[in-house]
Design a protein around this ligand. Structure first.
Ligand SMILES: Cc1cc2nc3c(=O)[nH]c(=O)nc-3n(C[C@H](O)[C@H](O)[C@H](O)COP(=O)(O)OP(=O)(O)OC[C@H]3O[C@@H](n4cnc5c(N)ncnc54)[C@H](O)[C@@H]3O)c2cc1C
Length: 471
């Protein structure tokens, strides 16, 4: 780690003092070292602000992290894919001195795999610009969808993108399933395209998935669509990305502290004056909360529950994600590529032994759906369920399992359900000394790495203008 770990010893919670005299002091404290916090702290450090980034876990990265468990198994927060049309995300890496191509392996293909005899299909991962002309173009040369369904899918995409541009709020009042039905979309498009995409990309079924969030997977990227490609990480995400970003913050003069959970905001005399940690108070002129939504709601509710500015944010719902990661004695697929397990609990998965976890003989990372079903399930039952579906999909997993881990995120995501988008808060708050960052805060890139980086950048801008304005 770039900075020493804080002591894990708990000490009595200090009472908030009226004066910051005697406390460790920074210009800005950023709470949470996910991509939003890393992006924010990096921008502030580059701008020569005295910034301290505090992370509760023993490692940086948040939902883009990786670690080694006590038995030596390499684990990640979950299967991630970098999209070639992201802009803020690669820009952050480059500015921090990282070479994107050293970190990402670009994949050639995406697969939609169904239990036989239903057809499966492998598509080029870099043809989305053709999809703008006709989605059917992606499916040319295979029988994954009948011709009528291909035309219907192309029509849905065209109408949806038009509505996204013209009336985004209206789109957020309807699920993608109802929207597709309203437009008489071919049933095969719903079963073989919409359902696997919504569960595979954002863990919730089409019947709950906002049509705004569905078209938001494409619409904001249209100007950059020619760069569409899909990339896997070339190693654990903390190791190849988050930790080097933390090191860049330290190089720029910032400080990064892991194992340092913030208990409470230090709020006295009408402004935020820092944070209270297990090791005592740390003072700052400005604090950026870059935690996931549920933690941010707890901090905000504590002081401002009755204030109108935060009511929408406190009403914003969370949704879970569930993942299973299996180390194998041999690869379970011939290539490492992103696969949607249509009609199974293996919503999205990839073999990773040639990309992310090269030290293993075989490695399967799976996003499970519906997530709610798996949250309270004993790990052995999760594995048993996944093995049954892996058998149905023809994956060579049963009999090859070396060890496995279930990694869940019960409340890390804001819900991509109808009516939720309008509740997302801006990065700027009316509270003196406080900004918000995180993928749930308002930006058009949804709950993605791109969205997290953009939110961090905006929070840094707000912090800087508050400091410059003396507030
Ligand atoms: C399984 C899975 C698959 C995903 N796949 C993709 C994908 O393919 N492509 C994509 O673009 N995005 C993907 N995402 C989404 C992406 O990971 C997130 O949008 C992004 O990483 C969120 O970053 P963040 O900084 O907003 O939040 P987080 O990464 O959650 O960071 C918040 C940090 O705050 C810390 N924290 C919380 N409370 C405290 C406290 N009290 N004190 C100090 N620190 C605290 C947390 O420990 C955490 O490190 C995926 C996410 C998951 C879970």
């Amino acid at each position: 780690m770039p900075a020493p770990h804080a002591s894990a010893t708990a000490s009595p919670q200090p009472a908030p003092a009226a004066s910051t005299a005697g406390a460790e002091h920074y210009e800005v404290i950023v709470v949470g070292a996910g991509l939003a916090g890393l992006s924010c702290a990096f921008d502030l450090a580059v701008a020569r602000h005295r910034v301290l980034l505090l992370e509760a876990k023993p490692f940086v990265g948040g939902r883009t992290s990786s670690w080694t468990d006590s038995d030596g198994m390499r684990v990640e927060s979950g299967l991630h894919r970098v999209l070639g049309f992201y802009q803020a995300f690669p820009d952050l890496l480059q500015r921090a001195g990282l070479n994107v191509d050293d970190i990402i392996v670009w994949e050639d293909e995406i697969e939609f795999r169904q239990p036989p005899p239903a057809p499966s299909a492998v598509f080029s991962a870099s043809l989305a610009h053709r999809a703008l002309r006709t989605l059917g173009g992606i499916f040319t040369g295979n029988d994954y969808l009948p011709p009528m369904a291909k035309a219907s899918a192309a029509k849905l995409l065209a109408v949806g993108l038009e509505d996204y541009a013209a009336r985004p709020q209206e789109l957020d009042h309807v699920t993608i399933l109802d929207y597709a039905k309203q437009h008489d979309v071919h049933p095969d498009v719903i079963e073989h395209l919409l359902k696997p995409l919504t569960t595979g990309i954002f863990f919730i079924p089409a019947a709950r998935y906002s049509a705004y969030a569905f078209f938001g997977l494409i619409a904001p990227y249209l100007p950059n669509m020619s760069k569409m490609s899909v990339g896997a990480f070339r190693g654990g995400m903390s190791e190849v990305m988050a930790q080097p970003l933390a090191e860049a913050i330290v190089r720029e003069g910032g400080a990064v502290r892991t194992g340092a959970a913030v208990r409470e905001l230090w709020w006295t005399n009408g402004r935020v004056r820092g944070v209270l940690t297990e090791d005592g108070p740390v003072a700052a002129r400005h604090v950026v909360l870059a935690t996931p939504l549920d933690a941010a709601q707890r901090f905000v509710r504590r002081h401002w529950e009755k204030e109108t500015w935060c009511r929408p944010m406190l009403a914003l719902r969370t949704m879970p994600a569930a993942t299973l990661q299996i180390e194998l004695d041999a690869p379970c697929m011939d290539v490492d590529h992103t696969t949607f397990g249509v009609g199974t609990s293996l919503a999205c998965f990839s073999e990773q032994s040639r990309t992310t976890f090269r030290q293993t003989n075989g490695r399967l990372s799976i996003i499970l759906a519906p997530a709610e079903k798996f949250l309270d399930m004993p790990p052995e039952q999760v594995l048993a369920t996944a093995l049954d579906d892996a058998d149905r999909l023809g994956l060579k997993v049963r009999g090859h399992v070396v060890r496995y881990r279930v990694v869940n995120h019960p409340a890390d995501f804001y819900a991509l359900e109808p009516g939720q988008d309008a509740l997302r808060p801006e990065q700027a708050t009316p509270v003196p000394g406080l900004s918000l960052a995180g993928d749930y805060t308002r930006q058009v890139f949804l709950a993605t790495m791109e969205g997290a980086v953009v939110s961090g950048r905006r929070a840094a801008e707000h912090a800087r203008s508050s400091l410059a304005g003396g507030s």
